[in-house]
Design a binder for this molecule. Structure first.
Ligand code: ARG
Length: 462
């Protein structure tokens, strides 16, 4: 089966079914139909404004395009592989519907600038949507930080207990991390939001088009100035998938902590039933699959980044059909990132942290060792000596199954005569936190400052 292509003029034979099947991209790029139609309407209005086509022709084309959009929406127009791609499918259907005047739509345009335009329009919405989801994630995390304010948890390095911290402080770290992704999206948006249309195939066009007018109609912040650059590059897409990758990396760390913290071994957190799954064989199981999938899908998004980088590597200018392959990573990265930030926000909403369990754990630990060392430094010991003495104390505690706070003053004096009663209060994890002084530390006031800051920032965000 072969149908005649809109570009079939110079060919004696139609494209073979095998070649068409192999090269068709409509299965993927049909998602761009709305963008394609919006772009075409702006283009055709400009053609009329510049008197390249008549106002009446432009009106008929616009009405026709809207009718095609309806047919796609309602599933009336089949978008199967023999249509080559979404651009061809729409144009062909337009001509079928309104007759040969539909053929004027493609004046002063090529699919090369058209597809770049569609992608940029798609990315603009994707960025806006992911930004909204980030804001929601931040609001939920902030809410949890406020709710658990005052709850002390072990902070980790090397996944070994390090120092006591506020759970709120830990949660807020994620608010900061993902906020940089938000900023990166804003920055990426600036470069996405330039109009490539009007570059035509690569060299521009001899029709007196007005690119600035199309840019204005479509809400672009100017045009991509060099016509070859406009159709050749996909760096905006690379940038976007790279931001998605960084963002997924952040989400995957939280996902991993939720997986870890909800194990029996940790038992720090529990995720509600609605966001966990059971095992088909082991009746007792409650698995954190959503968090695991976020962790897993992170790899996919990294793959998308490598995919597009590798596709673009060493391609000669300008457009090459290789670039059609960019749809897979584009849609996959945008959709996966969107889904992951959405679901992880919901997992977090439905996660409870166990205050009592944290307290219990803190009671039997040596997490305040750094405080002890700092105390000795304040008594004029060099830090290295203080470190050595405290290390010995910890080793003594481990041997005798005690926590630092269980040591009597007599035992303390066994290690150093610099200790007096006032050290005892430092051994309490809550007190140790209150003693922190540096900006950005886990001290109650510093954490409160962060909460106030984010409450204000997030209130202003749409
Ligand atoms: N489907 C193509 C793509 O996504 C559209 C551009 C085709 N251009 C061409 N000269 N064959 O890249």
């Amino acid at each position: 089966m072969s149908t005649k292509s809109l570009w079939g003029g110079r060919f004696k034979e139609p494209l073979s079914e095998a070649a068409l099947k192999f090269s068709s991209s409509i299965d993927l790029d049909k998602r761009l139909y709305q963008e394609d139609i919006d772009g075409s309407i702006a283009h055709v209005e400009m053609l009329a404004a510049c008197k390249i086509i008549t106002a009446e022709d432009a009106r008929r084309i616009r009405t026709g395009l809207r009718a095609v959009a309806k047919e796609i929406e309602t599933g009336k127009l089949s978008l199967s592989w023999e249509k080559e791609d979404i651009h061809m499918a729409i144009e062909k259907r337009l001509i079928q519907k309104i007759g040969s005047v539909g053929g004027k739509l493609h004046t002063a345009r090529s699919r090369n600038d058209q597809v770049a335009l569609d992608e940029r329009l798609y990315l603009r919405s994707a960025i806006k949507e992911i930004k909204k989801l980030i804001t929601h994630f931040q609001r939920v995390t902030l809410y949890k930080a406020e709710k658990y304010f005052g709850v002390v948890v072990p902070g980790y390095t090397h996944l070994q207990r390090a120092q006591p911290i506020y759970l709120s402080h830990h949660l807020l770290a994620y608010v900061y991390m993902i906020d940089r992704d938000y900023e990166r999206l804003n920055d990426c948006y600036k470069r996405v939001n330039k109009l490539p249309l009007g570059a035509a195939a690569l060299a521009g066009t001899s029709f007196p088009i007005d690119r600035a007018l199309v840019a204005k109609k479509l809400g672009f912040d100017g045009i991509v100035e060099n016509s070859i650059d406009a159709v050749s590059d996909r760096d905006y897409l690379i940038e976007f998938t790279s931001v998605c990758s960084t963002m997924m990396m952040h989400l995957s760390r939280l996902a991993e902590e939720l997986v870890l913290w909800s194990t029996r071994e940790f038992s720090f957190a529990s995720i509600d039933d609605a966001y966990t799954t059971g095992s088909s064989i082991m009746p007792q199981k409650k698995n954190p699959d959503m968090a695991e999938l976020v962790r897993g899908k992170t790899g996919r998004v990294y793959g998308d980044l490598m995919n597009i980088l590798t596709t673009m590597k060493a391609l000669p200018l300008a457009y090459n059909r290789d670039m059609q392959e960019d749809k897979t990573p584009l849609f996959d990265a945008a959709e996966t990132t969107r889904q992951c930030v959405f679901i992880l926000t919901h997992v977090l909403i439905h996660t409870k942290f166990d205050r009592n369990r944290f307290e219990e754990e803190l009671k039997n630990d040596t997490l305040t060792a750094t405080e002890v060392a700092d105390y000795l430094v304040q008594q004029d010991l060099p830090f290295r000596e203080a470190h050595e003495i405290t290390g010995k104390m910890v080793s003594y505690c481990v041997e005798h199954g005690k926590s630092l706070s269980q040591l009597s003053i007599r035992e303390l004096h066994h290690f150093s005569h610099k200790f007096s009663e006032d050290v005892l209060e430092l051994l309490d994890p809550h007190k140790s936190i209150e003693h922190k002084k540096s900006a950005g530390s886990t001290a109650p006031n510093e954490v409160k400052k962060q909460i106030v800051h984010w409450t204000r920032v997030l209130k202003q965000r749409k």
